[in-house]
Design a protein around this ligand. Sequence first.
Ligand code: G6P
Length: 491
Amino acid sequence: MNAEQQNSSETGSEAPGYDFIVVANRLPVDRVQGENGELSWRRAPGGLVTAIAPVMQESDGAWIGWHGGAGEELEPFENEGIHLIPVPLDEEDLELYYEGFSNSTLWPLYHDVIVPPEFHRTWWDSYKKVNRRFADATAKVAAHGATVWVQDYQLQLVPKLLREARPDLRIGFFNHIPFPSPGIFSQLPWRKQILEGLAGADVVGFQRTTDASNFLRCMRRFTDRTVKGSMAIPPVATEAGETTGNICRAEAHPISIDTQQVAELAHDPEIIARAKQIRQELGNPKTVLLGVDRLDYTKGIRHRLKAYGELLADGEIQVGEACMVQVASPSRENVERYQQLKDQVELMVGNLNGEHDTMEHTAIRYLHHSYPLREMIALYLAADIMLVTSLRDGMNLVAKEFVAAHTDNTGMLVLSEFTGAADQLTQSVLVNPHDIDGMKSGILRALRMDPQESARRMRRMRRHLREHNVSNWSKEFLVSLGAPLPVDTLV
Ligand code: G6P
């Protein structure tokens, strides 16, 4: 908040407010503890904040979100030139809104019901309450006519709540995860309220055209809106034939990565040396296979381990010649399904290593940690084959980062058809993770691919990523929203 805004909020007069606001469940910072116990904030890794930081800085923007702790009320603060406005969540909100409705109802429902979603009215009540808190916090600090960009499934009611409070705002929404077909979506007892919540936005962005068309089909089926092309139009409400409410457009805007930053890091001598060291520490195998995921049941980690285990058992891959590294970063650890998955994955890794390890070599090196981007790039460089075998995934940026890091066009990506990334990285080896035999042949195909062919494929995919980076993504979305922002700063 600048001095003028600070003054006006102290005097209780109307604050001029921010012209550009991002609203997301999480703030883009992590709290870190220094050696002497002092606390500070560090920008969290992730494309979204990198992509929109320039617009934020140019247009005096703010980011509204939860800071990650329970029951703590923090004052707004600034980090690397971005105004951050914390929204508090207490223990009960975390249990009902975050772990409950967001991650045990919506998350599995939107990911093809890989595990059964649970429907509880107390969770829904909490989701409504927390969405209102985010909407109120935004309405309070937005300048007249500001652009507000709401992110992801945790905040689907915010667009409508915000429009009711502040009809002057331009509101965009981006759904980072898949949007289900009407058949699956129909299970949700509050399907109409969620759709109407989203329809408060002028533009709702999705990763794939299939997601946008699923959303429009749901709109047609479960709300009073008429769907024409990409528009969901509210019913005619006055005798003069006027509609009440806004027209909402649904569009596909596949998110991407900061391709240049990844490529630059891949040329950093320290990171190159670290990649060599990783291979050495693994015993210099001929082939390193890599998986990097949040430990989430949507990622198909068990299916991947099964395929790899069978390849070892069949003698198609030998321990020592090959080694798999699986990074599984801790995620949503209070949710039962995630705890179960952790046990299952760790049992499988233990069995596989017990069966196939030698004194010298291991079949799988399993790491239940998160790593900073520099270490991730070193891992990508150390790997020959990247395995992304999600059962359903909105996009999957790890697949894109692996390709962008291999600036010498070595390596190959094995990629699930059920990721948003598969629409763009069409030169990868595409697999259906439910088909274990198919996945085994896919892995072998990637392993044995003629280097000239893999280089040609990697080159084409890298070209795509250079032309479609995360700045283009946010620029295209904001232009489509008609935001009067300095979007030129994005390219
Ligand atoms: C996915 C979601 C994000 C979410 C992230 C991490 O990428 O689309 O909205 O922030 O997972 O999950 P968490 O529950 O830790 O925020």
